[in-house]
Design a protein around this ligand. Structure first.
Ligand SMILES: CC(C)c1ccc(C(=O)O)c(O)c1O
Ligand SMILES: [Fe+2]
Length: 302
């Protein structure tokens, strides 16, 4: 079994590259690190980049995780292949596009594209926000799952993730001391459902709430507080229907808690999503009776 070191980046295919960059800088508060006609790299912490918007909706979504070494990356590639999972070894130009030394790609049972990387570019410069949103780091993704039990087994048994809590069938998975870096949410289609950035304090959540509404940004959920991680949160829509989340105060497990924690089963009801009473304008988060199938944003291509 393999331990992922940390989440590293998310790649998002879009026909709206300029609009995505404009939103990510002026609204979200990310720093534009680099761009060309095909891709744009942005960040919300001191890593090389956290989000890469790639020209072409058909590029789909991919989530990258860092392994501690190339040898561990090779080991997990062999383990996956021995388990009958198709593994693509990144070509030199694919590694360059991701600013990493080594990369493998495979899909989880739902078809979500997962990339494991080694020796990603470090950065000698600090993150310089384009707006004072209070962002401290890129922290997690919400991913759509078409088969929650099978995907959960894949992430825990193949990739070493641990379940911190469930909301209904949705698993919140940790790979380190942070309550979760991956949230798997039942949906008819795969893909990245939201991208989370941690912010320093509740003031950042609330001041962004006012700012986003003044800018005409559609609020998706919150301000609220998650019963699961305890984080205070605000979700909002960006281009292509991608949802972004600011949150602060996410639970950090001590090594002893990480060892002894028993995951909790929260029922799929509103207070499991928000302790304060906020109601989501997000299909996957609504109660089952009200959950209409979300419009598929991207059909992931292999
Ligand atoms: C409803 C979504 C998937 C969710 C649920 C709980 C947390 C948390 O406990 O922090 C999240 O960050 C979520 O995005
Ligand atoms: Fe989240």
């Amino acid at each position: 079994m393999t331990d992922l070191h940390d989440i590293r980046y998310v790649r998002v295919g879009t026909e709206r590259l300029d609009e995505s960059v404009e939103f990510a800088t002026r609204i979200l508060g990310l720093e534009l690190v680099a761009r060309d006609s095909h891709a744009a790299y942005l960040r919300g912490d001191d890593r090389d980049h956290n989000v890469c918007y790639v020209k072409g909706e058909g590029s789909g979504h991919a989530v990258g995780f860092e392994m501690k070494s190339s040898s561990l990356l090779d080991r997990v590639a062999t383990e996956l292949q021995n388990a009958g999972i198709a593994v693509h070894h990144g070509r030199a130009e694919e590694c360059e596009q991701r600013r990493v030394r080594d990369m493998i790609r495979f899909t989880d049972p739902s078809g979500n594209r997962i990339e494991l990387v080694a020796r990603p570019d470090a950065s000698g410069t600090r993150y310089f926000p384009s707006r004072d949103a209070g962002i401290t780091s890129f922290s997690h993704v919400g991913m759509r799952t078409t088969d929650a039990a099978t995907d959960e087994a894949f992430w825990t048994q193949r990739l070493g993730a641990r379940v911190s809590d469930w909301i209904g069938d949705a698993a919140l998975l940790r790979i380190d001391g942070v309550h979760h870096k991956i949230a798997l949410f039942p949906s008819p289609v795969p893909g990245v459902q939201h991208i989370n950035f941690q912010v320093a304090e509740v003031d950042d959540i609330m001041s962004s709430w006012y700012f986003l509404r003044e800018q005409g940004v559609r609020i998706a959920f919150g301000p609220g507080r998650h019963a699961t991680s305890g984080a205070r949160f605000l979700y909002f829509y960006g281009p292509d229907g991608m949802i972004y989340e600011y949150s602060c105060g996410v639970r950090i497990f001590t090594p002893e808690e990480d060892r002894d924690h028993v995951p909790r089963q929260f029922p799929r009801e509103p207070r499991s999503y928000c302790m304060w009473g906020s109601k989501p304008d997000i299909a996957e988060f609504k109660a089952p009776s009200a959950c209409e199938a979300p419009q598929p944003q991207f059909a992931n291509v292999g």
